[in-house]
Ligand binder design. Sequence first.
Ligand code: FES
Length: 125
Amino acid sequence: MNNNIYQEKLMDHYKNPRNKKNIENPDFSTGRQNPSCGDSVLIEGKLENGKITDLGFSGSGCVISQAAASILLTSCTGKTVEEVLALDKDYILKLLGIPLGPNRIKCALLSLDALKSSLEKIKNN
Ligand code: FES
């Protein structure tokens, strides 16, 4: 895919976000804010036998942060806690498919940071 196709994918997720919903009685939930702009996301989810069965997010922000949340949550439903904890910046960049400068990387990582911090709390309890 070339950059244009990736940009179309981002715009599609921004305009029609998947998993933008509240989760009833979530097993985990964590918010994250990008300190440089004040944008934020809240990630909530359900777990069953160590596997993520449902994920939702809310919040507001730039195209990258909101599209990244939508794309990330779509890709993480069905994964185990350990699998998600092993995901890193490169995973998000690969999912997004476009090169990002240091400021935009913060936007892209917002939802992964929130999700991983939620799951780390669960793992350590
Ligand atoms: Fe705020 Fe991207 S500019 S999260």
